[in-house]
Design a binder for this molecule. Structure first.
Ligand SMILES: *Cc1c(COP(=O)(O)O)cnc(C)c1O
Length: 321
């Protein structure tokens, strides 16, 4: 990857002249905010056709908007920089039982005191869990019925595709816009890609400019991204196998409670009955660094080999031995 970055043909991407940045499809994005801001500022969709409202949470039960990355972990960027109020289904359920159509209805039935909903976002994978295809298709119908844009936070969408055994486009074509991290499982030093219609991307470029996201020789990063997209997707299955191996190994330890249902891709969530500070110190002594937190999140990636998994499991075991 480094080789590809060093040898990349570059130009000035602020002028659209960097030959390694495919302006239409490999668009590097530093702020998903732009996706929201763009999607939320588009002209109101045509009036939705009336129809029954379905409670999303009743489907599959794994959509947990209140734990979405963009809701929880981005310093409120959507609100602060985009004037976008984020609503989780949890909040919607507290305030009104799924009255989206009314919220968006600009005719006499409109309830004027609600924020107008413009965009419906899903995250896939979320906390390492995959949203099933049927769920995504139902969600698309829901978005259409209510005239909402449909955006995927696909930071780890390739993990989902590999797990489901589908081409990633089977997932992404269901959405109007998709963001995807090149820097997580795909292993680039930085970078996310925003995909959508040409018109959408053109608007996003304006927002990018506004938040200071222009980069000149962006080809250096695009080269890393292109390398990742052509070398590091299929191998995500290795990360998934390693996570399963880690989960299996850790669940053999009495004091560790692994959420086995959640072990679907490259993440393992485990609750540990131990003095975590002592455990972290013990592991550190063996060259294993663990983030604080309990339940703890353990993530496999392209720098972790199967032998490392076995070493990690042995490291945990020795704490109680
Ligand atoms: C990391 C992450 C993001 C943010 O990605 P950036 O590359 O910082 O834009 C968004 N959503 C999820 C689920 C993530 O894990």
């Amino acid at each position: 990857m480094l080789e590809a970055m060093i040898t990349a043909q570059v130009g000035d991407d602020v002028y659209g002249e960097d030959p390694t940045v495919d302006p239409a499809e490999q668009h590097l994005s530093w702020r998903r905010l732009r996706a929201w801001k763009t999607a939320c500022s588009q002209r109101p969709a045509p009036r939705p056709t009336p129809g029954p409202v379905e409670p999303l949470s009743a489907r599959g039960g794994i959509y947990r908007g209140q734990t979405a990355h963009t809701y929880k972990y981005e310093a409120g960027g959507g609100v602060v920089l985009g004037s976008i109020q984020l609503l989780s289904p949890w909040i919607l359920k507290q305030t009104a039982p799924w009255t989206w159509p009314k919220w968006n209805d600009s005719s006499s039935r409109m309830i004027f005191y609600f924020a107008r909903t413009r965009l419906f976002c899903l995250e896939n994978t979320q906390a390492g869990k995959v949203l099933p295809m049927d769920y995504l298709k139902d969600a698309r119908k829901l978005a259409d019925r209510h005239g909402l844009g449909f955006h995927l936070d696909g930071a780890r969408v390739f993990n989902a595709a590999v797990k489901l055994g589908v081409n990633v486009t089977a997932i992404t074509t269901l959405f109007d816009s998709v963001s995807c991290c090149l820097s997580k499982g795909l292993g680039t030093p930085v970078g996310s890609v925003l995909c959508g219609s040409r018109e959408f991307i053109n608007q996003a470029r304006r927002w990018r400019k506004m938040v200071g996201g222009g980069m000149r020789q962006a080809g250096i990063l695009a080269a890393a991204g292109l390398y990742a997209l052509s070398h590091n997707i299929d191998r995500l299955a290795d990360d998934h196998a390693n996570a399963a191996r880690l989960a299996e190994g850790l669940s053999g330890i009495e004091a560790i409670h692994v959420d086995m249902d959640a072990v679907q891709t490259n993440m393992v969530h485990a609750r540990i009955d131990a003095d975590m500070t002592a455990l972290m110190r013990h592991l550190a002594g063996q060259g294993i660094r663990m983030s604080p937190g309990n339940p703890v999140r353990l993530v496999t990636h392209l720098d972790i080999e199967t032998a490392d998994i076995d070493r990690a499991v042995a490291g945990f075991q020795s704490f109680w031995a």
